[in-house]
Design a protein. Structure first.
Length: 745
């Protein structure tokens, strides 16, 4: 370490970054890059004790050439740009020299002040000009060219810059990431600091990315009591949002109190009820009794209560709107010709499903693998087309939409794309701009959460038909709600429950075992079959490390040798959990080293992204047009710039270093992430260390993701635990009862 370089001054105060950070002081010469949305900045400074110019990087906000910075951070060697100072914390100061002041004022920072006016101001007031702008701005009228109008513009710009500067320092002092400064200032303006002092918990409500814990740490540093009503209110809202991530739309008050009590390390029941009443009064939450579910005082975030209520009323409105007369006869006359064209003969069950979907305003088709959902979907699309109706096909994910298009022979898209979602303005097809369609057919309807379903219903004209196709026995949606289950439970929507498994499908042990698992029975193998005709294997293994090796051997050697499948393109490992010896994290590292051991790579935390790797998108990114669950392959990796170019089904998408947390390796993914997708071969590790997530619908969902081959690696005990656990964690929703009440009214 360079002993001439000063270290962190203890008087600066301990920070989240810890002690021992280097200190650097210098004048800003130029800003090379600045992201106004995040505050991330790259700048060149003339630093004390450093020869030439020094590059500094970090969340520095909007810097201005000429100003002085005192920064604490660490020195790093960038592979492409060389030595840089990575700033953890900093303090801004006004420039000290007259030359620096001129450069500072003429940088465009102050409206109406360019190089000439900056020179005039310094000529008139010298080094005191900045202090005069702070305390006696009226004196600027003494300068030639400054009139009353220009003065007002200068004052407004100067006040805004001073407010942003103060906000940055305030956030640093209270250990809130300065990346949020632009959004906070946009929200609160010059009064931001006062607003935060008044109630920092508001940040958690209104700014995405700032959670309860960040706001709470700030509030406690500001002197808020541990039982402050604002703190308890924020914990209640945070608790309800946390429950929504587990699928719940409301939570019983007694259970919510226990959750908040644990979160805060204790809270008096009276204070909890006071906070709940305050939230009710401001309409942030809604509390009601739900006797149909034996729930006293169900607590809703008002957002979710309105969402579910809106879904119920819109769906009921659709169901109540009449269909054209004689349409059933029209469809029934069309079907024989369509069957001849397709070279098939529909069963009575299939025919009734096709007709029912065409003639009802809302209709559900549900059934397991091999029950003919694909055939029915194709016939519905053709029948509606022959009848002269414009039909739109969609699914919750891109991969599900692609499968739907391939199976039906008609174009399909994600629901977001169909409704033309824009990041800044939301869904373009909505209440005011309805979708131009006579029928909308949604596949993989078990993946619909209440928010997406509401957006879809808002965009449908009352004349439109809505057809939902899905398997209710699969895992429910990742987002809050239980849409398909609630609709079926309400019995308000006409439904075809497909039960007949066709002979050709029953020749597949994948299909047989999926239905056996759904019935709570152990899967079995075909003792007479052998590769490449055998489509189901169960390798019994109790030991996690041996199981991981068996998974690796199956992916890299056994399946490619016996079935001719590519381990990179055709084989997907589906694990119940992320952690553990046979979790997705450990399996991804192992498979990557086996099938893609070398080449150019970018390192992000514990993950090495290499050219050729299979990756998965972890969240919706509407600007890049890639969505949660999309799979791609790394085409190029730039180790110096930390950037990746990813191929998503022929479409190239660029990722900067700061965006790599949106990606993960995808040799092994969770069963939840696989929903809506199919793969030629699936390898499923299932051991007792997964017991927390072992459920029948999880194993069922994993099995039904495979087209040609399933290899189950695990213990009989673990499989037995999954089969016996047919009670998926209850989701607190009320949609089925809302619909029943409307239908029976």
């Amino acid at each position: 370490m360079d002993t001439d370089r000063p270290v962190l001054d203890p008087a600066f105060g301990p920070g989240a970054e810890g002690e021992g950070l280097a200190c650097l002081k210098g004048e800003v010469l130029a800003v090379s890059f600045h992201n106004p949305g995040t505050g991330w900045t790259v700048a060149r400074v003339r630093a004390q004790g450093e020869a030439g110019q020094t590059t500094v990087v970090g969340c520095l906000g909007s810097l201005t050439p000429g100003e002085m910075l005192e920064m604490w951070g660490v020195w790093k060697e960038h592979p492409r740009f060389g030595r840089q100072f990575d700033v953890a914390r900093f303090v801004q100061a006004y420039p000290a020299s007259l030359h620096g002041i001129v450069r500072y004022l003429s940088s465009g920072l102050i409206k109406g002040v360019g190089p000439t006016m900056a020179e005039r101001l310094v000529d008139r007031f010298g080094s005191e000009v900045l202090e005069i702008m702070d305390r006696e701005p009226e004196r600027l009228l003494e300068v030639d060219g400054v009139g009353r109008k220009k003065l007002e513009g200068i004052k407004a710009s100067w006040d805004e810059q001073r407010a942003i500067r103060g906000l940055m320092l305030f956030l640093q002092t209270h250990e809130v990431p300065t990346t949020y400064a632009p959004r906070i200032f946009t929200l609160y303006g010059a009064g931001a600091i006062e607003k935060l002092r008044e109630n920092p918990y508001e940040l958690a409500y209104v700014i995405r990315g700032i959670g309860f814990r960040t706001a709470d740490a700030m509030a406690l540093k500001l002197g808020f009591a541990t039982d402050a009503v604002e703190r308890v209110e924020a914990a209640i809202v945070y608790g309800l949002f946390s429950m929504s991530e587990k699928g719940h739309l409301f939570f019983p008050e007694e259970d919510l109190y226990g959750h908040v009590h644990e979160l805060l390390g204790g809270v008096d029941r009276e204070r909890f009820e006071q906070a709940l009443a305050g939230l009710q009064e401001r309409k942030r939450v809604r509390v009601e009794d739900l006797p149909e579910q034996n729930v006293e005082r169900a607590v809703w975030l008002t957002l979710f209560w309105k969402m579910e209520s809106d879904v119920a009323s819109r769906l009921f409105g659709l169901l109540s709107h009449p269909c054209p007369r004689n349409f059933r006869e029209k469809v029934e006359k069309l079907l024989p010709g369509l069957e001849r064209e397709a070279g098939i003969s529909l069963s009575n069950e299939q025919r009734e499903a096709v007709v029912g979907a065409c003639v009802n305003k809302a209709y559900i088709i549900t059934g397991g693998p091999g029950t003919g959902k694909t055939t029915i979907t194709r016939m519905i699309v053709q029948a509606l087309s022959k009848a002269g109706l414009k039909t739109r096909l969609c699914a919750p994910t891109g991969r599900a939409a692609k499968r739907m298009s391939e199976a039906s022979g008609a174009p399909a898209s994600t629901i977001h794309r169909m409704l033309q979602y824009q990041p800044d303005t939301g869904f373009q097809h909505n209440e005011e701009s309805k979708l131009k369609a006579d029928a909308v057919l949604v596949d993989e309807a078990s993946m619909l959460d209440v928010q997406l379903f509401q957006a879809l219903l808002r965009a449908l004209p009352l004349t439109c038909r809505l057809i939902l196709v899905g398997d209710v026995n699969q895992l429910p949606s990742v987002g809050p709600g239980n849409v398909l289950g609630d609709l079926l439970g309400s019995e308000a929507v006409p439904t075809s429950l497909l039960s007949h498994i066709y002979r050709q499908a029953m020749e597949s042990f994948i299909v047989r075992n999926a239905h056996r698992v759904n019935a709570g029975e152990f899967p079995g193998e075909d003792p007479e079959a052998s590769p490449p005709h055998k489509d189901f294997w169960w390798i019994v293994q109790e030991d996690p490390l041996k199981a991981r090796q068996l998974v690796l051997d199956s992916v890299c050697r056994r399946i490619p040798a016996a079935y001719g499948l590519d381990p990179l393109r055709d084989i997907q490992v589906l694990a119940p959990m992320h952690k553990g010896e046979v979790g997705t994290q450990a399996l991804n590292r192992a498979v990557q080293e086996a099938v893609n051991p070398g080449g150019r790579e970018v390192v992000r935390g514990q993950t090495r992204f290499r050219e050729g790797d299979r990756v998965i998108q972890l969240r919706n990114n509407y600007e890049k047009d890639v969505f949660n669950g999309d799979l791609g392959f790394i085409e190029e990796a730039d180790p110096e710039g930390g950037e990746l170019l990813v191929d998503f089904d022929g479409r190239m998408v660029q990722y900067e270093a700061a965006e790599l947390d949106e990606l993960a390796l995808a040799y092994a993914i969770s069963v939840h992430k696989s929903q809506g997708s199919e793969y030629p071969a699936v390898v499923i590790p299932l051991l007792t260390q997964h017991y927390v997530l072992l459920q029948r619908n999880l194993l069922y969902t994993a099995l039904t993701r495979a087209r040609k081959l399933v290899v189950l690696v695990g213990s009989r005990r673990a499989v037995g635990l999954a089969l016996r656990n047919n009670r998926s964690e209850r989701r607190f929703t009320h949609l089925r009862y809302r619909l029943q009440e409307m239908v029976n009214a």
